[in-house]
Ligand binder design. Structure first.
Ligand SMILES: [Zn+2]
Length: 246
């Protein structure tokens, strides 16, 4: 594995270790879609995933995930054989199986207290996992396992916790900051004022033969000064009358 990839997965795992108390052996909950992708890409899950995560793992599945694969027919027989190799974790649906995605989500609960990692190729389940706090997501990108970076919801929750705030409190504060103009909205380009060159880094203006600063500059400066002078109406009248009298 390339060093860069190793560093990345190490960084993401450390995030979960430091913020959510993940410990080895990591518990990986697999579903049929992950096994199906592994089979298609000739990936040996039991070899490749522990090597990728550089740690001890428990690769687990649930009865619901197996039953779902069984119901999907003989086309997925190969993936079912792989899935059945892994130990079955109790899911609470014994006797009343639910679809695999629902089953795995229910095992996470609100806070993923048992520190599961979800391994799936199911897009809907992936999206649902991203909306939960503190759940690492593992999937195959071709032959390569990928531990996704912590989701926005997860990072946000970690920040809020560090500040002693709930997520909703933090969101309110962010909203107020935006409304009051303290911060710029994300993605909005900040307009920069046009600035002249840094006077300290500029050469001094060259004087011409007569020893005067360039006339153009001088003229514009005078114009600016002139503009600033405002004469009140009653003064103008007096001045006008005076002129006429003379
Ligand atoms: Zn279940």
């Amino acid at each position: 594995m390339k060093i860069k990839r190793y560093k990345k997965v190490h960084k993401h795992l450390n995030f979960y270790i430091n913020n959510f108390g993940f410990r080895q052996p990591y518990q990986i909950l697999l579903d049929g879609t992950f096994c199906f992708a592994a089979l298609n890409n000739k990936v040996n899950i039991a070899d490749n995933v522990p090597r990728y995560l550089q740690g001890e793992l428990k690769l687990l599945t649930t009865q619901c995930a197996i039953i779902e694969m069984e119901n999907l027919g003989t086309k997925l027989g190969g993936a079912l054989i792989i899935l059945k190799k892994f130990p079955i974790h109790k899911c609470g649906h014994e006797g009343q199986p639910v679809v695999a995605s629902e089953c795995l989500l229910s095992m996470l609960g609100d806070t993923n207290l048992n520190h599961y990692v979800i391994a799936t190729q199911d897009r809907d389940l992936q999206n649902n996992v991203r909306h939960k706090v503190g759940v690492p997501l593992l999937y195959l990108h071709g032959k390569t396992p990928v531990l996704e970076q912590p989701s926005e919801v997860t990072v946000e929750a970690t920040r809020s916790r560090a500040e002693g705030l709930s997520v909703s409190e933090r969101q309110k504060i962010e909203k107020l900051k935006l409304e009051s103009g303290l911060v710029e909205a994300k993605g909005k380009k900040v307009k920069r004022k046009k600035k002249g060159p840094n006077p300290l880094s500029c050469k001094k203006k060259k004087k011409n033969k007569s020893g005067e600063v360039d006339k153009v500059v001088k003229n514009t400066e005078e114009k600016k000064k002139r503009k600033k002078i405002r004469i009140a109406q009653h003064v103008k009248e007096i001045l006008f009358n005076k002129d006429n009298q003379v």
